[in-house]
Every structure is written in structure tokens, then in C-alpha cells.
Design a protein around this ligand. Sequence first.
Ligand SMILES: C[S@@+](CC[C@H](N)C(=O)[O-])C[C@H]1O[C@@H](n2cnc3c(N)ncnc32)[C@H](O)[C@@H]1O
Length: 268
Amino acid sequence: MTKNTPSYLLQVGVADRERLEILAELYNPGSQSFLQAELDKSSRSILDIGCGPGQMACWFGEKFLDSKVVGVDISDAQLAICEKRRNDLGVPNVQFFNHDITVEKIDHPLFDAAYCRFLLMHLEKWDGFFEQTLAACKPGGSIFIEEPAFPFFCYPESASLHRANVLGNQLSTMAGLNFDCIAPLWRYIRHLDVDVCAVKFSQPALTTSREKSLLWRSFHQIKDVLLVSKLATLADVNEILTDLDAVARDPRSLVGGLRVIQLHLKKR
Ligand SMILES: C[S@@+](CC[C@H](N)C(=O)[O-])C[C@H]1O[C@@H](n2cnc3c(N)ncnc32)[C@H](O)[C@@H]1O
């Protein structure tokens, strides 16, 4: 990996807040219906790993009032948003703290369930994540994972979206990541000491201009790294951003969100 390329490629905190709000609006319904069907109602402790701005952690807290929910993230800027959300919503059974899941086990009694979404796509290596997550769960505990395939697509097709997808792939490869997680994840979990209890796919359609703005918002997030790594010129980047904004505003365009695999694993 080129160590000039940061491994968490996206901005955090307020800079990424709107994009993550839109992502949550699009993906939360699918995530929540999967979890409501799969998560044991008697779970007393739930861990949300790489919780970002905390929407799902707060949802766990509201839905599972008798359980203790812990959200962890490596970004203090995200955690500040989580604390505010938790206080605004008044969910006292949720707590947040800074923790790098790839490095060490969480200092907490073993959890009934652990959850992560859009996290593995940002990790260079998955061994540490699985080692620490399995260590954090009780035997028989559930591990829920939601990670995407890449790329985005739209109808009618857009040359700029295609170019943005190619650049996103090049950048993730340079950083030692793989945004296209489903196939490698499906292979990886076969070597773990877990049972696969359920597997599903979810994929939202982006139809409103706010939803479709996810395209330029996501590209905008990687713009500076693309320029520094010389994968694109400023003119390229600006042209792509302008075109993606036009796709978002065009009422005839239909955008496909990333397909997500939903896994329910059980620690043996
Ligand atoms: C794309 S966001 C997803 C946030 C949230 N899970 C969601 O679905 O909205 C990925 C989050 O993982 C966090 N993260 C990245 N590497 C991490 C690590 N090693 N340990 C814990 N959190 C990490 C980032 O700070 C970021 O908030």
C-alpha cells in the first residue's frame, strides 16, 4: 500500500454528516428489517462496531430498551455526533467510546450480539476485526455484518459515473482496500469458527435528487485523495462532479445504490 494514501479514505464528523444521513435513510429500513427478523429479542448487550454517527446504535437502544448498547468508532468527530444524537433522542442505554477494533478486544463483558455496516470495506485487513469481534461475543452470540459490492450504476448510463467508479476502485486498491466486499467476505467467513444463520441482499433504488446526490457526495469525499495521489486532475474531478450533480437533478435518471450482503453469523 502507498502509505501516503490514508487507510480511512473518507472525511469524518460534520464533513461527512449529510452523506451518512442519506446513507442511513436509504439503508436503515433494510438493515432494520433484517435485524428485527434475526436478532434475538432477549439480547441484553449489543455492540455496534464502526458506528459512524450512531444512527443504528441509537435504533438498537430504542428497540431493545432492556439491553445495553455500546457503539465504538476510531473517530472522535463521529463519536461527538453520536453523543449528541443519543442525548437528543434520550436513549440512556446507549454509550459510545473510541476503540480501534482491529487492534484489541473491547474492555467490556462479552456481548450477546455485535453489528457492523460499511466497516470492512474501509479496513485493509480483516483478521484483526474478526479476531477481536469474536473475542468480544459470547459463545452462541450473533455477529451481523452488512457490507457492499461496488460499483454504483444508473439509467440512462453516465460516462462520468463510470469514470468515478473506476477512480474509486483504483483509489481503494492503492490504499490496500476493496470496496467490492461481497465475494471476498463470503470466501473469508468460511474459515471462521461460526455458523451462517442467515444471508440476504439489500439494494436501495435512489430516485429523489437528495438520494441521488449520494453519487457526487461520495465522489466529493475522495476528491482530495485522488488529486494528491495524481489519479485525476482538477479538471477531471470538477467535470465528474458537475455531471454527477446533473444526474442527481435529472428527474429521468434512476440510480442503483450499492448492493449489500446481510450476514447473520453465530459464534460456535
Ligand atoms: C462508512 S462509516 C459507516 C458508519 C455506520 N456503520 C453506518 O453504517 O452508517 C465507517 C465508520 O467506521 C469507522 N472505522 C474505520 N476504521 C475503524 C476501526 N479500525 N475501528 C473502529 N471503527 C472504525 C470510521 O471512523 C467510520 O465512522
